[in-house]
Ligand binder design. Sequence first.
Ligand SMILES: [Zn+2]
Length: 262
Amino acid sequence: MKVITDERCTQYRAVGHPERPARISASVTRLKSQEEVAIDWVKPAEVSREQIVRAHTDGHYATVKVAEEAFDGDTPAYPDIYNHACRATGSALRGLELARKGETVFSLIRPPGHHATTKRAMGFCYFNSVAITALEALATGAKKVAVFDFDVHHGNGTEAILLDKPNTRFYSIHQYPCYRKVLERALEQLGRSKPDVLVVSAGFDAYARDPLAQETLEAEDFQWLGESIRKLGVTTVNCLEGGYSNDLPDLILAYLRGLNGH
Ligand SMILES: [Zn+2]
């Protein structure tokens, strides 16, 4: 199992903001203190402007690069946010490179990306790492790419970016009753569509005790999700999106157990 991260992603914060450094630092500590899942730690890849502007407008790219004013109430213009967003994207791109070599990969980094649209940063997200990775996969040989988003919130940015792109499919499950049944159905459809590459927006905020949502999943459900995705047998890039409870490290570990075939 390769887990991609960069400790610099814990260097920005806003007081009281739920998307906080401890999400990553506590998860790294948890994963380093366990022996069930053997982990190699890997750094993000470099990301080019060309890769980013496949998903975003030139204007959006330029705005994030010199951001000084908050994009919205949830999405501050943190110092150096451009480089943080580039590293988060580079982490997903490293995941693609490693997944293509047959590795099981998880990108454990912030900021998340799935709310960033072609031309707007929003909802804690600046560059849409998952959409950029899906488009990179298509540009480098994949015939068909799917994105599976199990974050409790709608991956509106990913949908907006991929909507008119050929050979892409997007599955997003968000705050809906019978959550696990809907996940099962989406996974069945996904399996039948046989993508060459699958990019997963792995959000852990459908957890029963997440402060930002009202869903009911437990750690074993995230393990089941990991197992289900492993069983698809597709080249898969797993990327952290949301998940705001203090139990996030255990939920990520449960998911990795599933991916690893425990
Ligand atoms: Zn979310």
